[in-house]
Design a protein around this ligand. Structure first.
Ligand code: GRG
Length: 298
């Protein structure tokens, strides 16, 4: 990873950590254990990629982190909810996430399920509060919430996850694996970059280009995740490897083989960078992130 992108990611990550600390409630009262469970997974680590992309999307159109911090944090809450639910025995049944025992291992399945629900609903509360407190133009905020809720729901992440679990153990199908990856992972990543641009006052054309960028890196990100599940180091990843093969998951390496999957990744990153051709150097962090996504070890 180049020094420039390393510094950018570290800087934005610490901004996001501080904002998350500010937005999250402290565990107290009769329902304190669900708050504790929400905070456990949210602060267990994580690259904070989706909020960073939201900030980088805002910066690419001339905005700043401050314009979008609440929405950036809301995206991380949605992402963390999806990880908690994804790890449940009824889904992928994983024991480790972000280097720690999964939420249900610590708090039990019922509280883990509720912690996911709590994070998801709090994310929309955060966005609504941003609108109320910062006096964001109503149409802009509604467009952002429409974009994010669509990406997180049945047309995006939830839909992709449904196909992912229904196709376990089935014969390889290139169209199905692309559907799974674009929806399960790509949709929220694309919404992250695009929402940043919309909130920061980007034009429709800029938002469309950034969405195209997000779709390409989103798919590449999940292919990289598939490859890390085979070639990665579980200590660095903070979760087990080899699980996709054991469960008969429809992944890019399973469908196309490792070499072709790596070629597809590179091609997607080239297309992502091409989608940024109308942007000046304020979009350099997005260009660097695209390259980093397929080189990452975690
Ligand atoms: C609706 C019941 C219900 C469950 C939803 C939608 C869903 C469960 C899960 C899908 C989300 C998922 C696990 C997608 C895989 C995407 C992925 C590669 C996650 C890991 O993301 P990173 O690497 O993780 O950004 P960190 O820990 O760095 O944040």
């Amino acid at each position: 990873m180049s020094k420039r992108i390393e510094q950018y990611l570290d800087g934005k990550k610490s901004l996001i950590e501080k904002a998350l600390q500010k937005f999250m409630p402290h565990a107290s009262g009769l329902a304190g254990n669900v708050i504790e469970s929400m905070n456990y997974s949210l602060f267990a680590g994580g690259k904070r990629l989706r909020p960073i992309l939201c900030i980088a999307g805002a910066e690419a159109v001339g905005g700043s982190a401050d314009d979008v911090l609440a929405v950036a944090c809301a995206l991380e809450l949605i992402h963390t909810y999806s990880l908690i639910h994804d790890d449940l025995p009824v889904m992928d049944n994983d024991d480790y996430r972000r280097g720690k025992p999964t939420n249900h291992k610590v708090f039990g399945e019922a509280v883990a399920l509720l912690a996911g629900d709590g994070l998801l609903t709090l994310s929309f509360n955060l966005m609504a509060r941003l609108g109320l407190e910062r006096n964001i133009e109503k149409a802009v905020l509604l467009q952002t919430m429409d974009l994010i809720s669509t990406a997180a729901g049945y047309k995006g992440m939830v839909g992709g996850q449904t196909v992912d679990i229904s196709y376990e153990g089935k014969d390889s199908d290139p169209a199905v694996v692309e559907y799974i990856h674009r929806h399960k992972t790509g949709a929220l990543i694309a919404a992250a970059v695009t929402s940043g641009a919309i909130l920061a006052g980007g034009s429709e054309e800029e938002a469309r280009s950034l969405n195209r960028y997000g779709q390409q890196i989103g798919l590449a990100f999940q292919i990289a995740d598939d490859i890390l599940n085979i070639e990665g180091d579980s200590d660095i990843l903070g979760k087990g490897i080899g699980s996709d093969k054991k469960r008969g998951k429809m992944t890019y390496p399973a469908v196309f083989g490792i070499t072709e999957s790596k070629r597809i990744q590179e091609e997607l990153i080239d297309h992502a960078i091409e989608a940024l051709k109308g942007f000046d150097d304020k979009a350099d962090p997005l260009r660097d992130i695209a390259r980093y996504i397929i080189k990452r070890k975690t």
